[in-house]
Design a binder for this molecule. Structure first.
Ligand code: PLP
Length: 400
């Protein structure tokens, strides 16, 4: 019969999706499943944003928008980059896409030739290597260690660079670990990248606002202004504004690359949904104190989780500096056997058994390129987080 394109050969489905599928199947059988598998805020979209979408639709903003975003949203994004990051962008250095994910897709499609290497520090959000591979890119994964708070050591980056390197991806605060790079880490990373003038840099700053304790976020382009002609600063509405379903992401970068990304998007999807753009502009320009409230909530949950996890013999848990995940290590549980008789060899075995025997969905660290860990999302209520930790405690205690 008709064949599929070779570019899809060997592309696995993201493990995050596989865990959710299995969780849904068990739920359908009537089991009481707690899902800590998804990276989706459990807050509502700000009312001002919903109202702005409504008004835009009533005003007739329902026609094809410009490919790279409505002038109103691009102006709001320019203000956001000034206000939050100290970055100035002209309109032709900005573009709006269907979520942060399409920013990455556009950027990689516009630049990656087969064999080009894409440096993605591990652990990583699964989409970067998967998108890179769709274009024949070869992912290279320097490791961010738990002992370093899952930050990227400049010397680890330096060791991963080769003449084939096309991109370096930075994602701090990080999904899945919540790890952050300090300003001095970022300066060291910039120093490495100065030696490689033909390398593009993607800074995925979608978790920028979700930073705890004494930690401070810094935008990579602000730390290394001399590299701005090759940095794409990516951000979006999904996490800080609880607007995952509106599908609004955006990028600020050099005009030449933004034009190429616009050309990709023009042939794929055109400009994104007009009413979603109106909502995004209202959220970016509206009151920002709801973000502070969210951060306080996520920080409390993080504290609750870290304390509960550290209390479980056999688990280790670093304190995440940001985002809304915890990433406990499960080394101490491997080699053991569950009550149902499953031998736990890998963290994937652990996550699957924990789901099927204790009904909590998580994602194994191996899905993100650093094992043996579990990623637990804190984007759910305290009650469910506490219940999930109790189930984890019992599950681990039941291992023999
Ligand atoms: N970047 C990271 C690190 C993420 O975790 C996510 C969502 O999970 C995204 C980007 C994608 O965001 P969007 O929903 O805007 O496509």
């Amino acid at each position: 019969g008709p064949t599929l394109a070779h570019r899809l050969d060997g592309l696995p489905a993201p493990a995050t999706i596989e865990m959710s599928r299995q969780a849904r199947a068990l739920k359908a059988q009537g089991h009481d499943i707690i899902s800590l598998a998804l990276g989706e805020p459990d807050f509502a979209t700000p009312e001002d944003a919903v109202e702005a979408a409504h008004q835009a639709a009533l005003r007739g903003e329902t026609k094809y928008p410009p490919v790279d975003g409505t002038p109103a949203l691009k102006a709001a994004i320019a203000r956001k980059f000034e206000r939050d990051n100290g970055l100035t962008f002209a309109p032709d250095e900005l573009m709006v896409s269907n979520g942060g994910k399409q920013v990455i897709f556009n950027a990689f499609m516009a630049t990656i030739d087969p064999g080009d290497e894409v440096v993605v520090p591990a652990p990583y959000w699964v989409s970067y290597p998967l998108i890179a591979r769709m274009f024949g890119g070869v992912p290279v994964h320097p490791v961010c260690d738990e002992a370093d708070g899952f930050s990227l050591r400049p010397e680890r980056l330096a060791a991963a660079m080769t003449p084939r390197t096309k991109w370096v991806v930075l994602n701090f605060p990080n999904n899945p670990t919540g790890g952050l790079c300090s300003e001095s880490d970022l300066r060291g990373i910039a120093e490495v990248l100065r030696k490689w003038p033909d390398v593009w840099i993607l800074s995925d700053e979608i978790y920028e606002h979700l930073v705890f304790d004494e930690h401070r976020f810094a935008s990579f382009a602000a730390i290394a202004p001399d590299l701005r002609n090759r940095i794409v600063t990516m951000n979006g509405m999904a996490k800080a504004y609880a607007m995952t379903g509106w599908r609004v992401g955006f990028a600020g970068g050099p005009k030449r690359l933004i034009a190429a990304m616009r050309s990709v998007q023009s042939n794929a999807t055109s400009g994104i949904c007009t009413v979603a753009q109106a909502a995004a502009a209202a959220a970016l320009d509206g009151p920002q104190d709801m973000i502070r409230d969210m951060v306080t909530t996520y920080e409390r949950r993080r504290n609750l989780m870290v304390q509960a996890l550290r209390d479980i013999p056999g688990l280790s848990c670093a304190i995440p500096a940001g985002a809304f995940y915890v990433y406990p290590g499960v080394t101490g549980c491997l080699g053991k056997t569950t009550p149902a008789g499953r031998k736990l060899v890998t963290d994937t075995d652990f996550a699957m058994a924990f789901l099927e025997e204790a009904y909590v969905a998580t994602v194994p660290g191996s899905a993100f390129g650093l094992a043996p860990y579990l990623r637990l999302s804190c984007a759910t209520s305290n009650t469910l987080l506490i219940e999930a930790c109790q189930r984890l405690r019992h599950f681990v205690a039941s291992l023999a």
